[in-house]
Design a protein around this ligand. Structure first.
Ligand code: FAD
Length: 349
């Protein structure tokens, strides 16, 4: 009996929640690209459940991001501007965002699985006592229940788990950058900016930022490239990667590797594709000597076209490939390079 009462109470409560929200993360007023990927996805989800898309941003000065968020499909843009939000700190961001959620009640709330997004989402979900699925790679609406189906790799990527949050609101999840494509609308939305004040003052914030140090690591943003030529253990040694670098150059792209290739010292970690590396979505992904372990696939399987070169015709990479080439990559890649070189010369003539 108790249970029944609880559930009906929740149904009334749940009915008050609507809209799909996207947190627009920014640093010094520049939005993280993942925000636009999520707004594009939010348009699709909102279309399915019949509601609007709202973007939310918190910072010292963020309202100038309105043009961009409306271009990517937000109908509304909630903005909280105050000096106290100049740099990210967990507690003031948590309090401001939780208050905003309590006031406007979104049905779904998507946040990029960046370092900041992972920190913020966890603390906001705890504050709101709702469910959060971290690091998802797929988002769909269940046509029967209208619930958000949040899919993420788990147990080291050996299992894909689809998680739902049936009773609590909002349904929250973080999404890996690079999984969805950012697609602007032909005609931007005539969106509405909704400004909110904060009661939080600098004196109330215990954590102070004394210094910001920019890392000197040469991080390569693989998501930026339309063409990625990646190599795995099958490339044999570091020197053989020179041919992949040359192939990538000829195609106007960049090069990358599997985790095995990183562990063997063929490729720096900053170029690793996969679950513990970067997620990419290029127009063309060429996989050379990569077996296609699930932890690698989750980082590249949404690429538009995948060409795989592997000596093993049963390699799992072929299951996600557009073109499967059963060959020795060390012989095939030089032939491809020679062919492309002649093509380039012909074009130049
Ligand atoms: C928690 C966890 C996280 C992980 N995260 C990642 C991740 O982010 N990214 C990632 O890639 N992996 C990740 N892994 C590792 C992953 O499980 C695999 O071990 C790895 O992807 C395998 O790399 P590989 O395909 O290069 O090597 P292998 O699996 O050894 O495959 C080599 C392939 O090369 C082929 N081959 C050999 N010689 C040639 C040749 N001359 N020409 C053509 N083909 C040839 C072979 O047939 C084989 O298919 C993770 C694992 C765990 C447990």
């Amino acid at each position: 009996m108790e249970n029944k009462k609880d559930t009906s109470g929740r149904e009334t409560e749940k009915a008050q929640y609507k809209d799909v929200w996207v947190f627009v993360e920014q640093t010094d007023g520049v939005a993280q690209p993942v925000s636009f990927e999520l707004l594009t996805k939010a348009r699709e989800l909102a279309g399915k459940i019949g509601c609007e898309v709202a973007a939310v941003s918190i910072g010292k000065s963020v309202s100038h991001l309105a043009d961009e968020v409306f271009k990517y499909g937000a109908d509304k843009f909630y903005v909280i501007e105050n000096d106290v939000f100049e740099s990210y700190r967990t507690e003031p961001f948590r309090d401001a965002l939780s208050d905003l959620v309590r006031k406007y009640k979104p049905e779904i709330f998507l946040i990029g699985a960046t370092t900041q997004g992972r920190d913020l989402s966890g603390t906001v979900a705890t504050e709101l006592k709702t469910g959060l699925t971290a690091d998802t790679t797929k988002q769909e609406i269940d046509p029967e229940t209208g619930l958000l189906l949040m899919t993420r790799p788990t147990f080291g990527g050996s299992l894909m788990a689809t998680i739902i949050c049936p009773d609590h609101r909002p349904q929250m999840s973080t999404v890996r950058p690079g999984v969805f494509k950012a697609e602007p609308l032909d005609k931007p939305k005539q969106g509405k900016i909704i400004r909110e004040e904060t009661k939080i003052t600098e004196e109330q914030v215990v954590k102070k930022i004394l210094q910001k140090v920019v890392s000197s690591d040469n991080v390569v943003n693989l998501g930026f490239y339309d063409v990625i030529v990646a190599g795995g253990k099958g490339m044999g040694n570091k020197d053989n990667f020179e041919m992949l670098i040359e192939l990538a150059d000829l195609l106007g792209g960049t090069w990358a590797g599997s985790r095995k290739a990183v562990e063997l010292g063929f490729v720096p970690q900053t170029r690793q594709v996969g679950q513990t590396g970067q997620t990419v979505h290029p127009k063309l992904y060429i996989a050379c000597g990569i077996s296609g372990a699930i932890q690698h696939l989750v980082g590249m399987q949404t690429s538009d076209t995948i060409i795989s070169i592997n000596i093993d015709e049963n390699a799992p990479i072929f299951d996600v490939s557009t073109y499967c080439i059963v060959e020795d990559a060390l012989k095939f890649v030089p032939r491809l390079i020679a062919e492309l070189r002649t093509k380039t010369k012909t074009v130049k003539k």
